[in-house]
Design a protein. Structure first.
Length: 187
């Protein structure tokens, strides 16, 4: 079995085949042909992605009954409020495939504005008179574009989204495009 951790860069598809001439995983890494990503990160999100050919890992990490923790660092437009943080902590209502969905409670905390993260290409636009905030949010579910929808529902659009942790694995000391080979996955 093969196990890898990848820091997926911004504007790379979480798959090995390209659509609309977008960059995909085969453009940035080489792994055996039977390896695939477990879960996904949107094209415009970045961060930790697990790749393997071990089918049992997919079930253990993605099935809701295991409530596997995922942590994201989120840069939002504006100075986030305590009211918004409380709403996110309790859970909010978002739209998933045309249906209202109540998110589970989340662990949310403000991060330092000088959070040390790799530069993004292209960079986030800088606006001198509009502040931004960094927030950490830990979820045990992963609906399509859930984090972006959650922050939008409390009035804070996402500028940058980085998955920083999957279970015990983190992006600490990694840069976009870094691939780490593991001998086994602990989940």
């Amino acid at each position: 079995m093969h196990y890898y951790l990848l820091y997926k860069p911004f504007q790379v598809l979480s798959q090995f085949t390209s659509t609309d001439e977008k960059r995909c995983l085969k453009d940035i890494i080489e792994v055996p042909k039977d390896v695939y990503p477990v879960g996904r990160l949107d094209y415009d999100s970045e961060g930790l992605l697990l790749l393997t050919n071990d089918a049992s890992i997919n079930h253990k990490l993605l099935h809701p009954s295991f409530a596997h923790k995922r942590t994201y660092w989120v840069q939002v437009d504006g100075a986030i409020t305590q009211e918004a943080l409380q709403s996110l902590t309790k859970g909010v209502t978002i739209n998933i495939e045309g249906q209202s969905y109540n998110t589970k409670s989340a662990k949310v905390e403000i991060l330092p504005n000088e959070l040390q993260v790799p530069d993004r290409t292209p960079p986030i636009r800088f606006r001198k008179n509009i502040p931004t905030s960094w927030v950490s949010i830990q979820l045990t579910e992963g609906k399509n574009r859930q984090v972006r929808k959650m922050f939008a529902s409390v009035g804070f659009p996402v500028l940058r989204l980085i998955r920083s942790q999957l279970g015990i694995y983190t992006i600490d000391n990694m840069q976009p495009g870094d691939l780490i080979t593991l001998s086994i996955i602990d989940c």
